[in-house]
Design a protein around this ligand. Sequence first.
Ligand code: NAG
Ligand code: NAG
Length: 613
Amino acid sequence: MRSCTSALALWAAVLAHALVVSASQIVFSAPTNTSIGVERKPFGRFLHVTDLHPDPHYKHASAVHSACHHTKPKKHKADGKQRAGWFGTALTDCDSPPRLVASSLQWAAKNLVGKDGGIDFIIWTGDSARHDNDDKLPRSSREIFELNRWTLDQLERAFPGVPLVPSVGNNDIFPHNILFPGPNAVTKEYVQIWQDHVPEYEFHTFEQGGYYVKELLPNRLAAMSLNTLYFYDNNKAVDGCVRTKGKHNVDPGTAQLDWLEVQLDLFRQRGMQVHLLGHVPPTAGNYFARCYKRYTDIVLRFQDTIVAQHFGHMNTDAFFIQEDQDAAYAAQHPSVRVKQEGLPGDLKQDYSTLPGKGRTDEDLYSVFFIAPSIIPTYYPSIRLWTYNTTEGARYTASTTTTTQDDGIDEVDEEDDDVDLDEEDEAIVDVRSRHHHRPVPPKKRRGKKGKKRRRARHASAASPSRTNTYLSLLGYSQWVMDIDAQNDAIERILKQHGDDEKRRKHAEAVDVDYRLEYATYPASVLWADFAPSSGYTGPAAVPKALLQKELARAGVEEPWSKGKLAKPLRHMSEYALESVSVRTMMDLARRLMVDKKLWRRFVRRIYSESGYVP
Ligand SMILES: *[C@@H]1O[C@H](CO)[C@@H](O)[C@H](O)[C@H]1NC(C)=O
Ligand SMILES: *[C@@H]1O[C@H](CO)[C@@H](O)[C@H](O)[C@H]1NC(C)=O
């Protein structure tokens, strides 16, 4: 009975807390110096957290097949005896106990930010409420919003003053996946909840569509937070980016893509770079065919302005290469028969059909990243990015030439080919749930036989293509060995002595994350230990954490005679000089020829939880 009371108490605390937070206006202090044109130098780091899924009904030691909610379920399947872990239960459908969310964010604030320098912003790509996975405890809009307030409060407490860039996930609404065109109660509620993080001048846009732009480094770097629910093919309340005749009743996905295109053009004219982010990743399996096709087309055409794209939702760790339709057509890659199932199979399909390096026109490619989650669908994970802050060589897109196809004509939006869409739809239906490249288009039957094509903004000098100001340098991936940490708690709870004391002892234990891998070369990752490395960028990882990794690996020094200690080598084996279209395509190709590397990559897709698809 005691644990039941404490679950209720926790829920009450969550609610009370949330009410206090929403009632009091938090004064948001931006870390950038707001006097016009003058800012402090950025740290060159940011965090990506996603899919936190706090569940106030989560009950330690309850039955896993009751969604970790109930203690005495009917015993049925073989897994009927598995009990809910203290910090969460990996490889199950259970959500996160609130302590996992709170403790993980505190760990990140204390360790990833640390003394060596701060972070400039946090991208937070949605799903900050529990799943609808228990008939006995149905969700409500009210609960979902309160959980979002609670999660926001945890982030604000852990990272005071750090700009947050939130976005809506498919579980942040009731019923899940279903979001009607705005303005509606959901978009109005989230603009309220995130009022300190969505810029005031974007409130109206947000109420309309649930998306917004936010400048991260004034006049230099911006984020565009997308509302991917209008692209998500499980959202039965929208038509999936149809083009309607006339100006009324525009599909909200179409409206969002129109907005995306206009905004990208404006940022481009201002010589800025943009991070795109959202919850559901832009794969053909997740998006309506038309949304997928047009989104992919837009991001490829603004390759010189989009520095990166970040998503969540899948709880896995992956990157996809986007390819222009014409490149796909020209390559005529046969559909390879991939033996591997699930996401690794889809990625293999994606990577193995890339053209060889010498035949690649980099103008026609882009990359997006999917970050793994805090919810222990696999193992809880957090990503720390670094980027180039050397402003000397600033790339300004507007002053450079743009690759354009010959005979360009402004495209007439209205007759932008219904026939194409129908064709794509049919093909998507027979393909897999995840991702595939666009299918070669039928010869476009433009008005008056003109080849209708929009301008392509691509440049080998842009930050997505070469390491320059605002380019991504790389990321480190942090993982929590949740099973081991649950076991440690069980040992505490089994000790002799007073119940209350043991529980208090357990409550005081914080989570701990370790370095799973990083994209950097060893000379960058371990630069702090080699004073002559010459590396001058932001520290990839705070030194104190690297020291922990040394202890974990049982080595005293990372370097000996210029060589990295063997137990550390796998962590920096991707050895990417920076993250660009070229380096990511190279990595994809390497993964297709190096079987050992591929096996480690597949384990990393599932955060080394041991899950086998
Ligand atoms: C902002 O920058 C200006 C010019 O460098 C400086 O005088 C001012 O003190 C700074 N303000 C803050 C709050 O750091
Ligand atoms: C940042 O970009 C500049 C070129 O603009 C380059 O010289 C420098 O090495 C890059 N910094 C890092 C840390 O890679």
